[in-house]
Unconditional design. Sequence first.
Length: 146
Amino acid sequence: MNQLTAFRKELESLLNEHNAILDKIEEIINWWAQLEEKGLPKYGEMGMHIHELRDMLATHYEEEEEKGYFVQIKENYPEIDFKDQDFVKEHSHLLMQLNIFAEKLSLPEPAFKNWNEAMEEFEAFLKQFNNHERAETRIINKVLQA
Ligand SMILES: [Fe+2]
Ligand SMILES: [Fe+2]
């Protein structure tokens, strides 16, 4: 296998990881929607789900940074526009937000007025998370189609 083929294989597995993370998020959203129907807030349990998601993301981001996928792409595919996004900076920002959210959910006294307020915080996180992963996926696809 030549170097380029190996790199493409790695990028493909990175895309699979993106999908696994999206599945995990969908699982959380479905679980949340079911609870909402019953009208039961379960902050502690949500905190556990968010902890799991955080660990998954931390591993994913560590891998992206250690293997330097995007640094390599930047060097070898100068025609791809990164639109000034700093992925490493975004990683630490996203993880920090999840840490704070998980902590708030795990407090003995709920830190939220109600379930809705907690959901809004999660949705705000998801917006930024989607923006990050979508930008990466767009770049990976450009390389794979090149
Ligand atoms: Fe990333
Ligand atoms: Fe990623």
